[in-house]
Design a protein. Structure first.
Length: 250
């Protein structure tokens, strides 16, 4: 009976040892292997065999990571306070560096992203935050990629998602936009008035050459008034028409 117990313990021990010595890595995973604390290899994907109690393997995911950068309070170069958040896309390109050169590459990338976001956007004016997003995104990506390269991390892109303003700044900008719209409306109205006055001057010049055109225009106006179904119409009689009537009576 004691022999069976010992045999069972041995079988369990062997199973545990074999289980700890066999690893399976997926296509997007790599294993950084340490032997007695010393880095010896990077392996994967597929089946990996380890020496029990001697080798230790750290898994590294090579897929692109979507990192949401928390909202940052930024004071722009023209002293406008704004809350800005962004998103960064990066992936590990060197598993050894990602494990050996930095304690936690995810946390380190997140922290450097927040610092770079405040630094870059703080040097830009507020109008540039709205109109030059692509340039600022490229600048952020370049800075982050330069800082994370020693960690074996490649930053693919950085996108500024949203720029939030304090309520008083929103009201001030709304008033400014309203004033700009009124300015454009007045300019368009003045241009229309100028064009109308030019056309009226041209019409007056044409009518002064041929006085009968005034009478024809007058009769046309009477026709338009009569079409509105008014019961009584009072209108002055043109002097030219009276002169014509006097000439006919003589």
């Amino acid at each position: 009976m004691a022999a069976l117990v010992v045999l069972a313990v041995l079988v369990i021990f062997v199973a545990i040892v074999l289980g700890s010595s066999v690893r399976v890595l997926r296509e997007y995973e790599r294993g950084v292997i340490f032997r007695l604390g010393r880095l010896i290899a990077q392996k994967g994907p597929g089946l990996i065999l380890l020496i029990p109690l001697i080798d230790r393997m750290v898994r590294v995911d090579l897929r692109t990571v979507t990192l949401t950068i928390p909202p940052q309070e930024v004071i722009t170069r023209d002293n406008v306070p704004a809350g800005v958040n962004a998103v960064a896309y990066f992936r590990v390109v060197d598993s050894r560096k990602a494990i050996v050169e930095v304690e936690n590459y995810l946390l380190a990338t997140s922290q450097i992203s927040q610092t770079a976001l405040r630094s870059v956007l703080g040097k830009a004016e507020f109008d540039q935050l709205l109109s030059e997003r692509e340039r600022l995104n490229a600048q952020l990506q370049e800075i982050l990629d330069r800082h994370t390269e020693p960690w074996g991390v490649k930053v693919a892109s950085v996108e500024v998602k949203q720029v939030d303003l304090p309520p008083d700044m929103q009201r001030a900008m709304a008033k400014q936009a309203e004033a700009e719209r009124e300015k454009r409306a007045k300019i368009v109205h003045a241009a229309g008035e100028l064009e109308a006055s030019v056309k009226l001057a041209q019409a007056a010049t044409a009518m002064s050459v041929e006085p009968m055109t005034i009478t024809l225009r007058y009769l046309q106006t009477l026709t338009e008034i009569a079409s509105e179904k008014n019961s009584t119409i009072i209108f002055p009689l043109p002097i030219e028409l009276l002169n014509l009537l006097k000439g006919a009576s003589k």
